[in-house]
Design a protein around this ligand. Structure first.
Ligand code: GRF
Length: 199
């Protein structure tokens, strides 16, 4: 069975979508580890509840111990490599990964971005899309999953889906609609890249 490692920084609802799809037999992969850069990420609790091994590597602690940003990337890559993943899924991972990481896993990491390609890179993408809609600058938003490159929320697109915005939408309503699409699209992307349709 194909092996994935999931990287998170917080709530982990996208991780939960993957866990649920694996449990339901919809996604035929094994989540071999969940790695967080935050010790208090709720996604770690979700992973533990599903019996998935967890790891924590905190950038602040690495730097406080005299390490470098590149050293963090190299250490993270080594930690993940020990699980021999076929695919690394960044699902709400809030740090840029540099060459110390990507050199070890060229083309093997994907990231989820709650906006369309090229739109609203960085944090708060849904809020910024909501504001842009209210200013009449955009008509819709979306979700994309892309290969990870050393640039925030950029890289070759694996799959994407537009998400409508309605004039009466509150930010919370738009967030909920985007998250629902994310939860489906992340499962679809992993299936697209690792699914075995031979049998
Ligand atoms: C998602 O909206 C993801 O696209 C963004 O951060 C959020 C993480 O959500 N980068 P969760 O931790 O999976 O619940």
């Amino acid at each position: 069975m194909k092996r994935i490692v999931v990287l998170i920084s917080g709530n982990g609802s996208n991780l939960q979508a993957l866990i649920d799809s694996v449990a339901a037999g919809v996604l035929d992969v094994e989540i071999v580890a969940v790695v967080s850069n935050k010790a208090d990420a709720y996604g770690l609790t979700r992973a533990q509840a599903a019996g998935i091994p967890t790891e924590i590597l905190d950038l602040g602690e690495v730097l406080a111990d005299g390490g470098s940003r590149d050293g963090f990337d190299v250490e993270l890559a080594g930690m993940i490599a020990s699980y021999q993943p076929d695919l690394i899924v960044l699902a709400g991972w809030m740090l840029i990964l540099g060459e110390g990481f990507l050199d070890r896993f060229p083309d093997r990491a994907i990231n989820l971005h709650p906006a369309m390609p090229g739109a609203f890179p960085g944090t708060d993408a849904i809020r910024r899309a909501h504001e842009a809609f209210q200013r009449g600058e955009i008509k819709r938003t979306g979700v994309m999953i892309h290969r990870v490159v050393p640039e925030v929320d950029a890289g070759p697109v694996v799959t994407m889906e537009p998400v409508p915005i309605f004039p009466e939408d509150s930010l919370e309503e738009l967030e909920e609609r985007v998250h629902l699409v994310e939860h489906n699209l992340i499962v679809a992307a992993v299936d697209l890249l690792l699914g075995d349709y031979e049998d």
